[in-house]
Ligand binder design. Structure first.
Ligand SMILES: Nc1ncnc2c1ncn2[C@@H]1O[C@H](COP(=O)(O)OP(=O)(O)O)[C@@H](O)[C@H]1O
Ligand SMILES: N[C@@H](CCOP(=O)(O)O)C(=O)O
Length: 322
């Protein structure tokens, strides 16, 4: 249950008094999610999501809130953080920073078809282009520096072969970061966690309409290719084996490339970046599994899923860029 900080109707009414979003009609805790407290908030004017931030600091939060605002105002379907009467998009409730953002239509699709992948690819490329003139810079906080720092922390929980693979992969990624190929990769604000559960679809399964991208709280400035690799490693695989499903990968990558043509440098880097995207989630899952935060109440995701994907990518299971 992702309600770590309970909110009563009285709390919500007091919060809404700072906004021009109308009167409270309904408040309902959202059970899914692992990071933040989320409530569906219905007012006389519309439907919103109230998020209370449990992990991110007040210094980090403006980047995410301003990025979502920027993207929403550039026509990208993302939650639009609403402003208080005095113009703040971050407020405070029950001792936690919070925001009220627009509710996006639809629900997530955990068994995607090529039509879903195509829309995710095209919208991701539009999002990258729309982020080009976003002025703030905050790195992907779970990027290379974090991998280097976390490798010795999680390695003791692994068997020797897995620990060796982890150490080698961090070394490979460290060396890659120093190359001209890596330095030249186009970059900017990236979602960095655009898994199946962070995209909503309305319409029908056969004729889906993308409702939007949610959960920007792992976003950061990184290569656009990394963002695409995170998506492909989740959306375009057979979940049991981690192997690519060619028709899904083709749909996503083709649609992305039609909106933002991929460069030759990105083609050269693809194999290594696909590996880095698997490494990132193997490591965060290892940390969450073996070193859960004190308040963590949810069953952590299975780390071996991304260990398997990383091994496959290292062994050459790569779907080429168009
Ligand atoms: N703006 C939104 N529009 C519609 N549903 C949302 C929105 N934000 C969150 N949700 C719902 O809340 C759930 C949990 O949100 P999420 O941001 O993924 O939480 P967490 O950051 O805790 O993982 C989502 O799966 C979705 O059902
Ligand atoms: N996508 C990550 C976990 C992050 O959880 P979210 O609910 O905030 O998207 C993973 O699968 O490890």
């Amino acid at each position: 249950m992702a309600v770590f900080t309970p909110v009563t109707e009285t709390d919500a009414r007091a919060l809404l008094a700072d906004y021009t979003l109308g009167e409270l009609r309904a408040l309902r805790g959202i059970p899914s999610g692992i990071e933040n407290t989320n409530y569906f908030l219905t007012t006389s004017q519309g439907e919103y999501v109230l998020t209370l931030f449990e992990r991110l600091t007040r210094e980090q939060l403006p980047f995410y809130i301003d990025l979502m605002t920027h993207l929403a105002e550039h026509g990208i379907p993302v939650p639009h953080p609403q402003a208080t009467r005095d113009g703040r998009r971050l407020a405070e409730l029950n001792g936690k920073p919070c925001t009220i953002a627009t509710l996006l239509p639809g629900k997530c699709e955990m068994s995607p078809l090529p039509a879903h992948c195509e829309q995710v690819g095209a919208t991701l490329a539009r999002m990258h282009l729309a982020g080009r003139d976003f002025p703030a810079m905050q790195p992907n906080l779970l990027g290379l520096d974090w991998w280097r720092e976390t490798e010795p922390v999680v390695a003791p929980y692994l068997d020797p072969a897995a620990a060796a693979m982890l150490r080698d992969e961090v070394a490979v990624q460290t060396a890659f970061a120093q190359t001209d190929v890596c330095r030249a990769l186009p970059r900017g604000p990236a979602h960095c966690d655009l898994f199946r559960d962070n995209v909503l679809f309305a319409g029908t399964r056969e004729a889906p309409v993308l409702g939007g991208f949610i959960d920007f709280y792992f976003a950061g400035c990184d290569t656009w290719l990394f963002d695409l690799a995170v998506c492909v490693n989740d959306w375009c695989i057979a979940h049991a084996s981690g192997a690519f499903q060619p028709e899904l990968a083709q749909a996503m990558l083709g649609a992305y490339d039609r909106v933002r043509p991929l460069t030759d440098g990105e083609r050269d880097a693809w194999r290594t970046v696909l590996r880095s995207a698997a490494l990132r989630f193997w490591m965060s899952r290892l940390r969450d599994f073996h070193l859960p935060r004190p308040a963590q109440t949810l069953t952590p995701h299975d780390p071996t899923h991304f260990e398997r994907i990383l091994r496959l990518r290292r062994d050459g299971d790569i779907f080429p860029l168009p």
